[in-house]
Every structure is written in structure tokens, then in C-alpha cells.
Design a binder for this molecule. Structure first.
Ligand code: IMP
Ligand code: MG
Length: 182
């Protein structure tokens, strides 16, 4: 895809190599017991499928729909569950699989919500982290890449639902203030 507004930040081969490392690290950290990956829709679904296949042990996968953003690129601070999990988390090791931690609003909310479901352990794996933008504290267990405060698209990340299917993660130049969905 050629688009003059896109500048490659992380090429596909780097993303894939880092995910293989994360898969090995997470596999080592959970040698036994049930392990659940919870994919936060929609942005994290590409990361989830590659990370699950990079694992050296079996994992359960489940999906949760969350919406945080109203209009524009700043979080409204309101979090809504739009699709809940199918599988119980009680007594399980749980890893939330997210595309990006930005303000931290989504994951701060989600950690509190899922802790109430009494998992044995609960951690976050995020492909990208933008620590400069943090408004709420979030303890992130696994980070693929720490990136600067730029709006990025591709590999699941969108701008108004566009660009999710890019192989690379790109900086979107001059992104306007239209609707962005989480
Ligand atoms: P939060 O601000 O940490 O709650 O992040 C909420 C959601 O905003 C993330 O899960 C992403 O779906 C979305 N988001 C944050 N930063 C970006 C970005 O740079 N590009 C695309 N989506 C983003
Ligand atoms: Mg998201």
C-alpha cells in the first residue's frame, strides 16, 4: 500500500522477531497451569494470533470488546465493555493482550474489572507502549516496543477503522480529529 501520509516506524520483520521473543519469554514464565490470553478487540487481534502461535505451550484464547474513545484522539475516560468473555477466569493465569497502552485508561479499568473475577494471576502484554501519554497508572508485564508520542496505525491499529491490515506499524502524519475507535 502506498500512502504519502504513512511513515514506517516498525517494519513487519522487526514486529515478528520481537513477538517470537515475547512468546518464548511468556512461555518460560508460565511453565504450568492454565494460561488464558485475553485479546482486547479489535486492535490487538493481529498481535494475539501471532503471539499465541509463538508460544511454546498451549494457551486458551478469549476476546473482550472495550470502547474508550468517543471522538478524537484523546481518551474520553469512559470505558464500556461491548463484548464480554466466554470462559471463566477463576484460578487461571491470565495475560491481557493489548495493542497499545496510551493514556492507560482502558487497562487501568480492565485490571480492576478482571481482578474481581479471581484469576490466579493477571498480567498485561502490550505490543506498544507510549509512556509519555500516561494519565492512569498501569503495570505492564510485557512490552514489545516503547514508542514516542506519535499516532500509529497498522498491524491492527486503526485511524477511523482504516489501516488495520498493514503489515508494518506506521506513523500517520497529519492525522485529523475524526472519530477513532479503540
Ligand atoms: P488508552 O488511552 O491507553 O486507554 O488506549 C485506548 C486505545 O486507544 C488503545 O487500545 C488503542 O486501540 C487506541 N490507541 C491509542 N493510541 C493509538 C494510536 O497511536 N493509534 C491507534 N490507536 C491508538
Ligand atoms: Mg485497543
Amino acid at each position: 500500500m502506498t500512502d504519502s501520509k504513512l511513515r514506517v516506524l516498525l517494519p513487519s520483520h522487526k514486529i515478528q522477531a520481537r513477538i517470537r521473543e515475547l512468546g518464548e519469554e511468556i512461555s518460560r514464565d508460565y511453565p504450568e497451569g492454565n494460561l488464558h490470553f485475553i485479546c482486547i478487540l479489535k486492535g490487538a487481534c493481529f498481535f494475539l494470533t501471532d503471539l499465541a502461535r509463538a508460544m511454546k505451550r498451549d494457551v486458551f484464547v478469549d476476546f473482550m470488546g472495550i470502547s474508550t474513545y468517543g471522538k478524537g484522539k484523546t481518551s474520553s475516560g469512559e470505558v464500556k465493555v461491548t463484548k464480554d468473555l466466554d470462559i471463566s477466569l477463576e484460578g487461571a493465569n491470565v495475560v491481557i493482550v493489548e495493542d497499545i497502552v496510551d493514556s492507560g485508561v482502558t487497562l487501568n479499568y480492565l485490571m480492576h474489572l478482571l481482578e474481581q473475577r479471581r484469576p490466579k494471576s493477571l498480567r498485561i502484554a502490550t505490543l506498544l507502549d507510549k509512556p509519555e501519554r500516561r494519565q492512569r497508572p498501569v503495570e505492564v508485564g510485557y512490552v514489545g516496543f516503547t514508542i514516542p508520542d506519535k499516532f500509529v496505525v497498522g498491524y491492527g491499529l486503526d485511524f477511523a477503522e482504516k489501516y488495520r491490515n498493514l503489515d508494518d506499524i506506521c506513523i500517520l502524519e497529519e492525522a485529523g480529529e475524526t472519530a477513532v475507535t479503540a
